[in-house]
Write a protein that binds this ligand. Structure first.
Ligand SMILES: Cc1cc2nc3c(=O)[nH]c(=O)nc-3n(C[C@H](O)[C@H](O)[C@H](O)COP(=O)(O)OP(=O)(O)OC[C@H]3O[C@@H](n4cnc5c(N)ncnc54)[C@H](O)[C@@H]3O)c2cc1C
Length: 362
C-alpha cells in the first residue's frame, strides 16, 4: 500500500509529488493523460521561491515564459492606467502553461515517479487507510490521499462541499502574431458592463484574449457566431485598440474556448486521511492572477503535512489549513475591493452581484 497517493497532476499535484520525492518518499500519482488547456497565464512573481525550492526555476525559459513588463488597466475610469500598486515587486511571467507543465512532468518521470494514468472516481475512508475506486475499474488503498484534482475536487462531498461564490466563466482564444510584430509583454485588463477582458502576450509570438462574465450573461451562440464576439469587442476601448495595433482579429480565428472561473472555496483542507491542495481546496477568480502560485505553495505544504501525519504529528497539517484559509479570506477581501473600485456599471447585473459584502469563510 503506498503511503501517499496524489490525485491530479496539475501544478498542485506535481509540486506535491516533487516535494515528496525530494524528501525520499515514493508517492503514487493518479491522473489521466495531460489535457492542459492551451492558454497562457500570468505566473505571479510570488511563485519564485516555490519554483526555486522545487528546482524548477530554470524551467522558465524562452519557450515556456516571457517576463511580464507591466499591467495596464481601464478599470474604474475611462482612462488607461499603468498599475503601480505592485511597482516595488518583481514582475511575474506570461507562461505557456502546456509547455511548462510538460517540462515539470518530465522532471518527475526522470526521478522515477510512479503513475496511474486514470481518474479517481470515489473515495472511502477507513480507520487505517483510504480506498480509491479508479475509472479503470481497479481500486487502491493508501495511508493518505492528497486531492489535487482542481475544480473537479473529487473528494468534495456532502460534509465538505465546494462553496461556489459566483458564476464566472472565461471565454478565450489564443491568437498568432505576425512575425514582424513586436508586442510589449504587458497585461491589459478592461472592465465592461457585463464583465471584464484580459489580454496578454504568450511565449512563441502569440497573444491570449479572454473575456470573463457570468455564465447566465453569456450571449447564447457566442461559441459559433463571430458577430456576437464582434459586438462584445465593440464595447471595449483599450482591448479593441490593442487588437487593432497588433493586427489581430479574434472573430476570424473562430476558435473560442470556455472554462469555468468561479470562486469556489472549501471550509476544510484536512479531513482525517485526506488533504486538499490547489483549486481542489479553493479555486479563485483569475482577477488576482494568483491561482498557480497558490497551487505550487499548497502542493508543497500538503506534501509536508502528509509527511507529518505519517510520523504521527498533525501540527504541520493544522498550520497549513489555517494559513490557507486565512489567505483565502484575505484574497476575498482584496477581490471585493477590486470589483468595488469599478463604479461605472453599478446598475449592471455583473457588478451589482459583486457589490455585496464578502461572505464569511466559516
Ligand atoms: C480562464 C482562466 C484563467 C486563469 N488565469 C490565471 C492566471 O493568469 N494566473 C494564475 O495564477 N491562475 C490563473 N487561473 C487559475 C489557475 O489556472 C488554477 O488556479 C491552477 O491551474 C490550479 O492548479 P491545480 O493543480 O490545483 O488544478 P488543475 O491545473 O486544474 O489540475 C487538476 C489536475 O487534476 C486532474 N484530475 C481532474 N479530475 C481528476 C480525477 N477525478 N482523478 C484524477 N485526476 C483528476 C486533471 O487532469 C489535472 O491533471 C486561471 C483559471 C482560469 C479558469
Amino acid at each position: 500500500m503506498p503511503d501517499v497517493v496524489i490525485l491530479g497532476a496539475g501544478m498542485a499535484g506535481m509540486a506535491c509529488a516533487r516535494t515528496l520525492l525530494q524528501r525520499g518518499l515514493r508517492p503514487l500519482l493518479v491522473a489521466p493523460e495531460p489535457d492542459v488547456a492551451s492558454r497562457g497565464e500570468t505566473l505571479s512573481f510570488r511563485a519564485s521561491p516555490y519554483l526555486e525550492r522545487l528546482g524548477w526555476l530554470d524551467l522558465l525559459d524562452a519557450e515556456t515564459a516571457t517576463q511580464c513588463q507591466g499591467r495596464y488597466s481601464l478599470w474604474g475610469s475611462a482612462a488607461l492606467r499603468r498599475d503601480t500598486s505592485h511597482q516595488d515587486e518583481q514582475p511575474g511571467w506570461h507562461i505557456d502553461r502546456r509547455r511548462l507543465e510538460a517540462r515539470m512532468a518530465d522532471t518527475l518521470d526522470t526521478a522515477g515517479i510512479a503513475r496511474r494514468r486514470t481518474e479517481a472516481r470515489q473515495l472511502s475512508q477507513g480507520p487505517s487507510q483510504v480506498t480509491i475506486a479508479l475509472a479503470d475499474g481497479a481500486s487502491i488503498d493508501a495511508a493518505h490521499v492528497i486531492d489535487c484534482t482542481g475544480r473537479a475536487a473529487v473528494t468534495a462531498g456532502p460534509d465538505t462541499p465546494l462553496r461556489r461564490l459566483d458564476r464566472l466563466v472565461g471565454c478565450y482564444c489564443v491568437l498568432t502574431l505576425d512575425d514582424d510584430v513586436d508586442a510589449v509583454a504587458a497585461t491589459l485588463v478592461e472592465a465592461v458592463a457585463d464583465g471584464w477582458w484580459y489580454m496578454t502576450v504568450m511565449p512563441g509570438g502569440r497573444s491570449l484574449l479572454c473575456y470573463f462574465t457570468d455564465s447566465d450573461l453569456l450571449p447564447p451562440g457566442l461559441r459559433k457566431d463571430p458577430a456576437l464576439l464582434r459586438q462584445l469587442l465593440s464595447q471595449t476601448q483599450a482591448i479593441a485598440a490593442r487588437l487593432d495595433s497588433l493586427g489581430l482579429d479574434p472573430t476570424a480565428s473562430g476558435a473560442l474556448s470556455f472554462a469555468p472561473a468561479s470562486t469556489a472555496t472549501q471550509v476544510r483542507l484536512i479531513e482525517h486521511r485526506i488533504i486538499r491542495a490547489g483549486d481542489a481546496a479553493s479555486a479563485l477568480d483569475p482577477l488576482g492572477a494568483n491561482g498557480l502560485a497558490t497551487a505550487l505553495w499548497s502542493g508543497i505544504q500538503a506534501a509536508e503535512s502528509a509527511i507529518g501525519l505519517l510520523a504521527g504529528n498533525d501540527s504541520q497539517a493544522k498550520d497549513y489549513e489555517r494559513r490557507f484559509l486565512e489567505g483565502i479570506a484575505s484574497f476575498l477581501t482584496t477581490q471585493r475591493a477590486m470589483y468595488a473600485s469599478e463604479r461605472r456599471f453599478s446598475d449592471a447585473s455583473f457588478w451589482r452581484r459583486r457589490s455585496h459584502a464578502a461572505p464569511a469563510m466559516a
